[in-house]
Write a new protein. Structure first.
Lengths: 110, 117
């Protein structure tokens, strides 16, 4: 079993809809939680990061962490075609080494 | 600032050949990483470095070697390429120290697509 599980999708939504992404994990030592966005044939870029449980909002993006359930989520409001990408969750216990989920491919249709 | 750059962008090798992938960063980061990305597998850490002259194994180190002779460069070597090493390779860097969340952000290069026949 992988330490971090993520539904591969693809997730197809109409423009303007809310995109809901999530990851589950098994390692209770994870304390830093990140979401990366990766466009086709590009390197990942950091979208959001949080420390411990709670919510964090940045524009149209909201990240949630529930450490008791070992579950993290990313919500994208008012989705745009430019949000079409693969979204990777990543987690860190200590030592600046990340463990990534497999990524979810998202397609926002105009 | 160029950020993180990788050379080459593409490469095709025959089984048994060797090659070196070069990663360079101009952000004065202490930590550097090499990942491979395969369909459905996410990014898996091959080797990493916490500073000039240091290297350490990651999750999937077999068949690869690395060197960090200069702070800004991190080299990944394949001594005898195998078809199982066909993948997209990403280099990343981070500050790696300090208590802020920003110290943990990894900046990625554009990737190298490697095919081993």
């Amino acid at each position: 079993q992988k330490e971090v599980e993520q539904d591969p999708g693809p997730l197809s939504v109409p423009e303007g809809a809310i995109v809901s992404l999530n990851c589950t994990y098994s390692n209770s030592a994870f304390q830093y939680f990140m979401w990366y966005r990766q466009y086709s044939r590009k390197g990942p870029e950091l979208l959001m990061y949080t420390y411990s449980s709670g919510n964090k909002e940045d524009g149209r993006f909201t990240a949630q962490v529930d450490k008791s359930s070992k579950y993290i989520s990313l919500f994208i409001r008012d989705s745009q075609p430019s949000d079409s990408a693969t979204y990777l969750c990543a987690m860190e216990a200590a030592g600046n080494k990340l463990t990534f989920g497999g990524g979810t491919r998202v397609l926002v249709k105009p | 600032n160029a950020g993180v750059t990788q050379t080459p962008k593409f490469r095709v090798l025959k089984t048994g050949q060797s090659m070196t992938l070069l990663c360079a960063q101009d952000m004065n980061h202490e930590y550097m990483y090499w990942y491979r990305q395969d369909p459905g597998m996410g990014l898996r850490l091959i080797h990493y470095s916490v500073g000039e002259g240091t290297t350490a194994k990651g999750e999937v180190p077999d068949g690869y070697n690395v060197s960090r002779l200069k702070k800004q460069n991190f080299l990944l070597g394949l001594e005898s390429a195998a078809p199982s090493q066909t993948s997209v390779y990403f280099c990343a860097s981070s500050y790696g120290w300090g208590g802020s969340l920003a110290a943990h952000e990894q900046f990625f290069g554009p990737g190298t697509r490697l095919t081993v026949l």
